[in-house]
Ligand binder design. Structure first.
Ligand code: IVH
Length: 680
């Protein structure tokens, strides 16, 4: 009896600890992502999050889908089910002209009883993808896209990963259930990062932040959505009885519950104040960290909404003023061709300087050969440039009326602008590249620069230092870094004894960098951070990767033919293997798990059999446990079903494509219980 009471007390204690950590981390997320004022360091946050993860793993009975630990998403592919909106999701009437805004104001005044006092609310029109969130008892229970306005896709799992969306509300004066609508955005910084990553793996860039946000929201894998750096602003509260008769007040109240509500919303008494707001934001929008495409004007008093009414698709109490996309027509002066570390050629247009969106523009990205062809760009053309999310604008079209007679179409270069080697274009790729990876300077230094970056080997040295070391013939490739002597380095300009020693010690420190980052650091074409991670955890050590066939490589999750091809070719080159062998000798990490650990399976009951675990189990941790058991009992864990699969352990809602493939190949699909029986 005593024991039972003590056990219960311990559990109560643990539950309290878990709740305290959850509350603290929720608050940290709110202060950081909603209010932009962090209250603890990233390091402290990570420590607390790890503590909570550990406690939740050890005590699965306290699992909560709204715990801050759940914001990382899941690797399991999801299908979005369609759900009806409780209140249909309307759109807004649009206008591009000031006079139509004046018409809107007159219409509103005509529809309202004479002398009715009212104000407008002016808001930013966020350029993302709309979302409707449902909360019950203070907890996020559903997130739906607009869909056709009547029913949308259930994207709750992805929305849970957006840090500015509260999973649990503040205080206790929120209604028992309500909906709140807003916009999911991709801030410029996340957009640039994403396009950089896409370029690294040979994917074409996404056109704008709106498309990128919509795409991220619909990714099947919520762990991927979690990495997209999305944000969410809310602007519309819906429930049968609202807290206030003022929309402005309601949004202020929603802010106090933890929602991100824009600070840039204002009240306007008359049309002049509205026009001032429009003009102010038409210029100021370029200083925002995300895109807006206009201004929304709403009648503030909720009780007037019914009087004003609705058309079939839009309310009569609101209107959107859309900004004209700012573009400039400029003369194309020339095209530079830059050579990247993997030999990829990136064309950049030099333009006649012009004012655009608050800054002077002299250059525009052209991305690749196909984009130049698609624009049908000719020498001396006048082109239109527009700013999307990126700092450097893009060319949207050519002004054909200004084409100089007899001007020639741009002829893409056929030789490397640096080393003169004939460029190569592989089938299925959008650009050409220089194959002279051993002798083309920007490729050599570019690879070393990539090798030392923070996300790769994290060696404390910048581009200028690499150039200096290379120009002084101290390094020819990244393996040479590990042969550097401080006596040689200190003789270089800008270096002294201390800075030379610091560099050498930072190089030595990099020897403990884990395998997945070493693999990324090697700079193999198309092998970005994500691919390196998957490859490392699938193949576990470098020799397995080197020995793998193209088919085996492409069987790993998310490794397509292009990446598999690139890896296979890279490992077939003698000089690359020599570099790997040298790095191995210097003590870099080339395996994921120590060989002793690999051999230390609990039993060999599952020896020679390959498994896949799919679907959800009682807790997300349970799935990890099952996967661990496969390895501990000597089995092989796979990430996709193929001819080598022996068993598919399926939980609830298993991946549909995995089950289909398993059925096609006649593989055994078993439950968790059946799997556990195999271990008895
Ligand atoms: S109110 C019934 N407010 O614009 C009216 N919409 O073109 C509901 N949008 O579908 C919308 N910022 O996705 C509203 N401050 C804002 C907005 C906004 C962006 C989007 C929203 C809507 C679309 C209409």
């Amino acid at each position: 009896m005593q024991g039972l009471i003590k056990g219960n007390m311990d559990k109560k204690n643990i539950e309290n600890q878990i709740n305290e950590l959850r509350n603290l981390l929720n608050r940290c997320n709110y202060e950081y992502y909603v209010k932009n004022s962090p209250i603890i360091s990233d390091y402290e946050f990570d420590i607390k999050l790890k503590q909570l993860e550990k406690l939740e793993k050890e005590n699965p009975e306290f699992f909560d889908p709204n715990s801050p630990t759940q914001r990382v998403g899941s690797d399991e592919n999801q299908e979005f089910k369609q759900v009806y909106h409780k209140y249909s999701m309307l759109s807004l009437a649009n206008t591009y002209s000031e006079s139509e805004i004046r018409d809107f104001d007159s219409r509103v005044r005509k529809l309202l009883p004479l002398g009715e006092q009212f104000e407008y609310v002016c808001e930013l029109k966020f350029d993302g993808t709309s979302i409707s969130l449902t909360y019950e008892n203070g907890l996020l229970i559903r997130a739906l896209t607009r869909g056709d306005g009547q029913k949308g896709d259930d994207v709750t799992n992805n929305v849970r990963t957006i840090k500015s969306v509260p999973l649990k509300l503040y205080g206790n004066d929120f209604p028992k259930d309500f909906e709140i609508r807003g916009e999911i955005l991709m801030p410029h910084s996340s957009f640039e990062k994403l396009n950089k990553e896409r370029a690294e793996i040979g994917e074409p860039p996404l056109a704008n932040c709106r498309n990128a946000a919509a795409g991220a929201l619909k990714t099947q894998n919520s762990a991927v959505a979690a990495k997209r750096g999305l944000d969410c602003y809310l602007y519309y509260l819906l429930m049968d009885s609202l807290p206030s008769d003022s929309h402005f007040e309601n949004m202020k109240i929603a802010r106090s519950w933890g929602f991100k509500v824009s600070e840039n919303t204002v009240k306007a008494k008359n049309i002049e104040e509205i026009i001032n707001f429009i003009n102010y934001w038409d210029k100021e929008r370029y200083n925002l960290p995300y895109d807006i495409d206009g201004i929304v004007i709403k009648v503030d008093k909720i009780s007037l909404r019914d009087t004003l009414g609705y058309t079939a698709k839009t309310p009569r109490w609101a209107i959107a003023y859309k900004f004209k996309a700012e573009e400039a027509a400029v003369k194309l002066l020339s095209i530079d061709y830059q050579v990247g570390r993997t030999g990829i050629i990136t064309p950049v247009a030099n333009l006649e300087p012009a004012h655009l969106a608050g800054s002077i523009v002299k250059r525009a990205t052209l991305h690749n050969e196909d984009i130049i062809k698609g624009l049908d760009l000719h020498e001396n053309d006048t082109v239109y440039i527009e700013k999307g999310g990126e700092i450097i604008p893009k060319i949207t079209r050519v002004d054909l009326s200004k084409r100089v007679e007899g001007s020639k179409p741009i002829e893409y270069i056929t030789k490397c602008p640096v080393c003169g080697t004939l460029l190569v274009r592989n089938e299925g790729e959008a650009g050409r590249y220089c194959p002279n990876y051993l002798g083309c300077k920007p490729q050599i230094t570019g690879k070393i620069i990539h090798f030392v970056t923070r996300k790769a080997m994290n060696i404390n040295c910048g581009e200028a230092t690499i150039e200096l070391l290379y120009n002084n013939k101290l390094i020819q490739n990244y393996a040479d870094l590990y042969e550097l002597k401080s006596d040689d380095v200190k003789k270089l300009e800008r270096f002294g004894q201390k800075s030379a020693e610091n560099l050498i010690s930072s190089i030595n420190d990099s020897k403990t960098v884990p395998f997945e980052r070493v693999l990324y650091a090697l700079g193999i074409r198309f092998v970005g951070e994500g691919a390196a991670k998957t490859l490392a955890s699938t193949f576990l050590y470098i020799d397995a990767l080197i020995a793998a066939s193209k088919e085996q490589l492409s069987e790993a999750q998310d490794i397509g033919e292009i990446i598999a091809d690139s890896l296979y070719t890279w490992f077939r080159k003698r000089e690359n293997i020599e570099i790997i062998n040298r790095l191995r000798r210097y003590g870099l990490q080339f395996e994921m798990v120590k060989t002793e650990d690999l051999n230390s399976s609990l039993s060999d009951k599952l020896q020679g059999q390959s498994f896949i675990v799919t679907g959800s189990f009682v807790t997300p941790q349970r799935r990890e446990e099952l996967e661990k058991m496969v390895k501990e009992f000597g089995g092989k864990l796979q990430t996709s079903v193929n001819s080598k699969t022996d068993f598919v352990v399926a939980g609830q809602k298993p991946g549909a494509s995995k089950i289909k493939k398993a059925e096609q190949l006649g593989k055994k699909i078993i439950s968790e219980e059946e799997f556990l029986k195999m271990l008895e």
